[in-house]
Design a protein around this ligand. Sequence first.
Ligand SMILES: NC(=O)c1ccc[n+]([C@@H]2O[C@H](COP(=O)([O-])OP(=O)(O)OC[C@H]3O[C@@H](n4cnc5c(N)ncnc54)[C@H](OP(=O)(O)O)[C@@H]3O)[C@@H](O)[C@H]2O)c1
Length: 217
Amino acid sequence: MKLAFVGGTGPEGLGLAMRMAVAGHEVAIGSRSTERGEEGAQTVREAVAGAVATGGENAAVVGDADVVLLTFPYSGQQATLATLAAALEGKIVCNVAAPLEFQKGIGAVALDVAGGSAAQEAADQLPNSRVVSAFQNLAAERLKQLDHPVEADVLVCGRDAEAKQVVMGLADQIEGVRGLDGGGLSQSRYVEMLTSLLININRRYKTETSIRIVGID
Ligand SMILES: NC(=O)c1ccc[n+]([C@@H]2O[C@H](COP(=O)([O-])OP(=O)(O)OC[C@H]3O[C@@H](n4cnc5c(N)ncnc54)[C@H](OP(=O)(O)O)[C@@H]3O)[C@@H](O)[C@H]2O)c1
């Protein structure tokens, strides 16, 4: 498949793109600047031997993608999706955003999102796209350590069962990761909020944690 990463130049987008390139997918790194997108693609090609990775402006990379991953901060979501809505019509769009802010003395604090979750707000803005959410609990630094398995479950939320299966399949292709059906888009709120908890645990234990769901064989 061809996977495009909107805001793919940050650590999370690059880490996921590297893992997807390892799995044999073609990846396209999107950015607000053509140059940064191309640099991101170069980073993926240098990290993954044989990777087919291109880069460019966000609007340019999503056009022929089978799945588009949104890997930029929640603060830019509304404005970015407004410009991309037409290009994303009919596509599987996977939101990776975990809305949070950092507060002195506390650390990461999950934001109360008006629409329930970043994923629900994305779905409201993209009524003609097949919006799911996933990967919010995978730490970028762990994704980029390609010689180590990630060791995590990825909860995929959405109302489009087929789109969820596609994204669960992508998660399964990351070494050490299992994709699980997290339920409807309203459940994404809990998955997104967990990221703040994990970031604070990571700081305390100086590592990169994730989640495993027990009891499912
Ligand atoms: N980092 C992690 O470990 C981690 C883990 C789980 C989930 N996430 C989620 O994954 C997403 C990406 O995380 P990240 O750490 O890679 O983020 P980031 O480095 O802050 O941002 C990623 C890219 O998004 C673009 N961007 C920044 N602000 C933007 C805006 N206002 N509008 C549009 N594009 C903007 C930038 O690319 P250009 O300047 O090239 O356009 C930037 O390189 C976030 O939503 C985060 O909550 C991150």
